[in-house]
Design a protein around this ligand. Sequence first.
Ligand code: ATP
Ligand code: MG
Length: 344
Amino acid sequence: MNKPVILTGIRANGELHLGNFLGAILPMIELQKKYAGEYQLNMFVPDLHSFTTPIEHDKLYLQIVQNLRKYVAAGLNLDDEDTYIYRQSYVAAHSELTVILNNFVYYGELQRMTQFKEKSDGEKDTSISAGLYDYPVLMAADILLYGAEWVPVGEDQRQHIELTRDVAMRINNKFGENLLVVPAEWKKQLEFIGRDNGIRIRSLRNPTKKMSKSVEDPAGTILLSDEPAAAAKKIMSATTDSVGVIHYDMENQPGISNLLRILALLIGEPIEVVTKTWEGKTRYGDLKTAVANEVKVFLTSFQKKLDNVEEAELMRKLEASEFLMRDVALQRLYKVQQAIGLRP
Ligand code: ATP
Ligand code: MG
């Protein structure tokens, strides 16, 4: 297990949506194909991250397995020997490293996190959990335990990756340069997944906001479980603008630009190519129809594959990965415990 590590996770706190698929799952599957044999791939479910926003606890366990099925339906190859899928709560070292890292991350740093600010905005102090506040530290532990240099995540996670780098460098400065692998900086992360910009799919209803699992926004969110025709309707009623001409301009035409982006990712073309086709056209309805059709085709095929996922095989891979990862994570944890004086 000496190959460089690529790692990503998706919380199991709700139904996965098109943003999760295009921003996190698809890049991972592309990397699995592109780097077969060269890299280790850790695709895990950060289930301990589930409680930072309200969830239905009695559905969580099944939702975790459902999410894993979706990775497979999306094309993740379980036979790949360098690929590991695991649940965070089944590898106790995540929690232990978090407790340690908490002492090397500062109050002010966590308060500056955009995700924390957004998710705690308007909430009473007594309803904002310490878990929400501490989320980025648990995420840093998720990454640092496996020495992952590459962490393909959506644009919304950029600040958390940067914090992970800061913490790793801080600890290395104090306790030894080779203790923790510092993840690559954001620009390099993007180069690695072959993109110029981070991926951020916007809400169809409110395109200044990202599509989210935890925000109550059914008309703005395409769920991977949406009935294809209903999803197509959501695209047809997406909020656009009154400019009247199609431009790829996230600032002034976020709704239209979001549609162009979804289209490009679904058909696997660079955004420049798609933009060239549509730039200057005036019939928004035509663009919507094109996107709606692609969404319908995509969901129909995805859902068919989802029905056919072999769950027994998935569970075998999951348990075998967890068995191995517990060992890998404990080894790194031990090194940290030693460095900070907890072990001889
Ligand atoms: P929540 O609202 O509960 O935070 P989420 O939709 O943001 O849910 P996460 O589990 O936080 O989902 O993130 C999982 C992965 O999906 C991350 O890599 C994240 O960057 C990516 N992701 C989430 N939303 C989007 C989006 N709208 N566009 C692109 N990528 C996204
Ligand atoms: Mg999120």
